[in-house]
Design a protein around this ligand. Structure first.
Ligand code: N01
Length: 543
């Protein structure tokens, strides 16, 4: 009779491919590129009918990157870096999508993907020692490894407002925008939500629509993007220095080519801080906060100084004092909800065709065929835009039915908050790797920087396993527990837990209140991951 071990070996010899990759955004594209380069066989699946991920789905008017174009892209190919020309500092969505299509074309990545195909489940078969992956086309693929490249902000959230389905007009979520676009000309439009997506689309919709009503629940601090076209000369200079710029990103706190100062706002005089805040404000972009004083996100008194500076800016921009009052954020520290960048957001409220409703003062009661009914009136609308965000970081993974050892269900494992080691792997889920999973820095910095680091770490690990003849890798329960505690402790040392943000899971009714990303700094994290690999994958068991 065959021993169970030899049966297992025989079965695993029947494994279809080395790896299954889920998703064709920045992460999936680079994963496919790396796996092929290393000679691994693979199958890859993507829900959309093309590449692009975030930039495939988020086609709402005004959508674009909040990271500078020259770093919001891949750095793995010098040729690619030199060939591609960005038009401006913060590229709009169509340009980023074109870039990703170009990358896919240039490196023949399309051919790896089954498009319009959703992975519905992935079950670890302990006897065969491989993953059994199923798609919504009823196909089953077996693989040694599964790599999720599903994004952090890809599971959209449409609130359960009573009567939603009775609305006579059309409604859209910003994160699932129709490919054909939406023409708002002559329409009365309502936008619900004033996060980054709302703040980007509101000024553009206001220009097109006949009338716009914004339904705001929490006012946002926002910093001007300062978007500008790039001149040929600027592009040349950037390209000449791009290696150095990208190297700085690799070790910086948020993966951008700048870092926090080595002193706090409380260490300088009032004149000095004002001068500095104004100078940074004029530059535009995230640098205002993340290239600024190092105490802003740790010390409430320091944070209040920065928050007051922005409140004053908002007050200056908005003509009507009552509207300004509604727009000025209070009740949470600046930067603890993801800081939006804007292009004329606050000024939009000076237009005659724009109204603001604060739904804390005037709650939405229901959606009716004619529009949205609040406690005091019915706002008649032709179209509703839900800029209401995402079930961030966890839902993109739990909506796939992952089952690890002994059939343990991912959704159950994460019932009280995600448990991962480094945000990249999980106990009981051998050979499953997550790109920018919960517990990794991901959303707290420049995504392409994070993605490249994860993809390289994961594929290096796979190559190492092949080299030593290992079959499985998974974190120990202890390593996972300690990582979870570490992620929590780091967050607790900051002001972040004080806000009801999607970082905290607070935007989703019933979601555990847990800080999701790793906030110890991207550069530190990169060093830690490298050291762990160097020390024979500390915290993992390999067999
Ligand atoms: O989503 P959000 P988003 N009734 O969750 C409100 C990235 N991103 O799509 O704050 C009324 O931030 C909700 O109110 P509140 C970026 O990381 C990047 O805008 O929960 N309102 C909030 O105002 C960003 O952070 C870029 O009280 C309701 C809004 O909807 C992340 O994606 C561009 C409500 C949701 O804001 C998510 O941004 C865009 C309800 N029932 C996005 N439910 C760039 O890089 C929710 N809201 C350019």
């Amino acid at each position: 009779a065959m021993s169970s071990e030899s049966i297992a070996r025989k079965l695993s010899a029947a494994t279809d491919v080395d790896a299954v990759v889920i998703g064709a955004g920045f992460s999936g594209l680079y994963t496919v590129y790396k796996l092929r380069e290393l000679g691994f066989t693979l199958r890859a699946f993507e829900q959309g009918d093309g590449v692009g991920g975030t930039w495939y789905w988020n086609r709402y008017p005004g959508a674009g990157s909040d990271s500078e174009s020259w770093v919001y892209c891949f750095s793995f190919s010098r040729e690619l870096e030199q060939e591609w020309n960005w038009s401006c500092r913060f590229p709009p969505q169509p340009e980023i999508l074109s870039y990703l299509e170009y990358v896919a074309e240039r490196f023949d990545l399309h051919s790896a993907f089954d498009f319009e195909t959703r992975v519905t489940s992935a079950r670890y078969d302990e006897t065969a020692g491989h993953w059994v992956v199923e798609t919504d086309h009823g196909e089953t693929v077996t693989a040694e490894f599964v790599i999720t490249a599903v994004g952090c902000l890809s599971a959209t959230q449409v609130p359960e407002i009573p009567g939603r389905d009775s609305f006579a007009g059309n409604w859209y979520h910003t994160g699932q925008w129709p490919k054909a676009g939406v023409n708002f000309t002559g329409q009365r439009v309502g936008v619900i939500g004033t996060g980054s997506s709302g703040i980007q689309c509101i000024p553009v919709i206001a220009e097109q629509a006949d009338h716009l009503t914004v339904f705001q629940r929490t006012p946002q601090f926002s910093v001007p993007a300062g978007n500008v076209p790039l001149t040929d000369e600027q592009r040349e200079t950037l390209k000449r220095n791009i290696r150095e710029i990208r190297e700085n990103c690799r070790w910086a706190t948020i993966g951008q080519p700048y870092d926090l100062k080595d002193h706090g706002v409380l260490d300088v005089s009032e004149e000095e801080r004002r001068r500095q805040f104004e100078a940074d404000w004029a530059k535009g972009g995230f640098e205002w906060m993340f290239g600024s004083y190092n105490d802003l996100l740790f010390d409430k008194q320091a944070n209040d100084i920065a928050a007051d500076f922005v409140r004053e800016k908002i007050r200056d921009k908005v003509d009507d004092p009552e509207t300004a009052r509604k727009l000025i954020p209070t009740g949470y520290p600046i930067g603890t909800k993801r800081l939006p960048l804007d292009q004329g957001y606050f000024e939009t409220y000076n237009r005659d065709n724009v109204d603001l409703i604060d739904v804390r003062e005037e709650p939405i009661v229901e959606i009716v065929p004619a529009g949205i009914r609040t406690e005091s009136r019915t706002v008649e609308l032709d179209t509703i835009v839900f800029a209401t965000g995402f079930d961030a970081m966890t839902r993109p993974l739990t909506r796939i039915d992952f089952r690890g050892r002994s059939g343990v269900k991912l959704e159950e494992k994460w019932a009280h908050g995600p448990q991962t080691y480094l945000g990249v792997a999980m106990a009981d889920f051998p050979n499953l790797f997550m790109i920018t999973g919960p517990g990794s820095p991901s959303v707290l910095g420049n995504m392409p920087t994070s993605i490249e680091q994860h993809v390289e770490w994961i594929t290096d690990c796979m190559a190492h396993m092949r080299e030593i003849g290992a079959k499985t890798i998974e974190p120990t329960v202890t390593a996972e527990q300690e990582w979870g505690e570490h992620v929590g402790e780091l967050a607790d040392a900051t002001l972040f837990p004080q806000a009801d943000s999607w970082y905290m899971g607070a935007n989703i009714p019933g979601k555990p209140r847990v800080f999701l990303p790793y906030i110890g700094g991207f550069g530190n994290y990169r060093k830690l991951c490298a050291d762990i690999a160097e020390n024979g994958y500390e915290g993992f068991s390999i067999s």
